[in-house]
Design a protein around this ligand. Structure first.
Ligand SMILES: Cc1cc2nc3c(=O)[nH]c(=O)nc-3n(C[C@H](O)[C@H](O)[C@H](O)COP(=O)(O)O)c2cc1C
Length: 251
C-alpha cells in the first residue's frame, strides 16, 4: 500500500492499493512494491516517472511515504501532527490568506519555544516576542506597513523584537532575530498552520509605527512580524536547489 501526502497548505491523502499498483505496472525502486508517477500533486499513469523515494519528491509538490518500507500503518500516518524537520523546511511557503479560527494556546506556546530555541551569537538570546491577537491592533498595522494587508484577516501575529539591553555582540542581534523568525515559521508550518514573514527592521516607518502602536520601551526594536493562522489558501512548492549557487572551497 502506498500513501501519498500532499502538503499544499494542508494534508491530503491519496491511497493506491496493491492491485491498482500492479495494474499500473509501476514498481517502487526502494521496496519494490510500487513505483509512482507524480505530476503536480496527482498520481498519474502517464508522464515522466519521478521517484517514490520515501521522502520528498525531487521536484517538489509531493511528500510520499512508502508504507511497506516504513512499516507505518494508515492511522499513524493520518494522525501525523507535526512534520519532520526536512519535510517542514522544504515544503514551507508563505501563506497570506487565513481562516478566522484561533490557534490553540498550546500551539502558540510551541511556536514561541521554537523561536526561543534558535541559535544566537554567544547564546545572547536578545529577543522578546509579542503575541498579537487583538483584531483592532492587527487591523491597524497595514496603515503603516503596506505589505501587511493580510493582518486584516489573520487571527494572530507574532512580533519578534530585539532587546538592545541584552545585546552583547553588536549587530549580530539581527541574525539572531532572523533565526528566531525562521524557526517560528517552520514551527507554524510543521503544525499544518500557515504563516508569512513581514519585514519590519530596518524600515523606519514600520519600526516607528509598531513602537507607537504597541508602546514599546526605547530598548526594544521591532524586528519582524509573523502573521499566522489556519491556511485559507493552498500553495505548491518545489525545490529551489540550484547547483550554480554552490561553490566548493573557492569561488
Ligand atoms: C526579510 C523578509 C521580509 C518579508 N516581508 C514581507 C512582507 O512585508 N509582506 C509579505 O507579504 N511577505 C514578505 N516576505 C515573504 C516573502 O515575500 C517570501 O518569503 C518570498 O516571496 C518567498 O516565498 P515563500 O516564502 O513562499 O517561499 C518577507 C520575507 C522576508 C525574508
Amino acid at each position: 500500500m502506498l500513501k501519498i501526502y500532499n502538503y499544499e497548505g494542508g494534508l491530503e491523502t491519496v491511497m493506491m492499493d496493491e492491485a491498482s499498483l500492479k495494474t499500473s505496472g509501476l514498481t517502487c525502486p526502494n521496496c519494490g512494491s510500487g513505483k509512482i508517477k507524480i505530476i503536480r500533486g496527482e498520481i498519474s499513469s502517464t508522464g515522466s516517472v519521478q521517484e517514490c523515494s520515501c521522502c520528498i519528491c525531487q521536484h517538489g509538490f509531493i511528500v510520499s511515504t512508502c508504507l511497506t518500507k516504513k512499516k507505518q500503518d494508515d492511522e499513524s500516518m493520518q494522525d501525523e501532527v507535526v512534520m519532520d524537520a526536512m519535510k517542514a523546511l522544504l515544503t514551507r511557503r508563505s501563506i497570506r490568506r487565513f481562516k478566522s479560527d484561533k490557534i490553540k494556546n498550546s500551539d502558540i506556546r510551541d511556536i514561541l519555544e521554537a523561536g526561543m530555541n534558535a541559535p544566537s551569537a554567544g547564546n545572547e538570546q536578545p529577543w522578546h516576542f509579542i503575541v498579537i491577537d487583538d483584531p483592532f491592533i492587527l487591523k491597524e498595522i497595514p496603515s503603516f506597513h503596506k505589505h501587511a494587508e493580510m493582518l486584516k484577516e489573520a487571527p494572530l501575529a507574532i512580533l519578534v523584537c530585539g532587546d538592545m539591553d541584552l545585546v552583547k555582540h553588536g549587530d549580530m542581534w539581527i541574525q539572531d532575530c532572523s533565526a528566531a523568525t525562521e524557526n517560528i515559521l517552520l514551527a507554524i508550518h510543521s503544525k499544518h498552520l500557515g504563516g508569512v514573514w513581514l519585514g519590519v527592521y530596518p524600515r523606519e516607518d514600520r519600526v516607528n509605527g509598531l513602537k507607537n502602536l504597541l508602546k514599546l520601551p526605547d530598548n526594544i526594536v521591532p524586528f519582524s512580524l509573523v502573521a499566522a493562522g489556519y491556511p485559507a489558501e493552498r500553495k505548491t512548492y518545489k525545490s529551489r536547489y540550484d547547483e550554480s549557487r554552490v561553490h566548493y572551497n573557492k569561488w
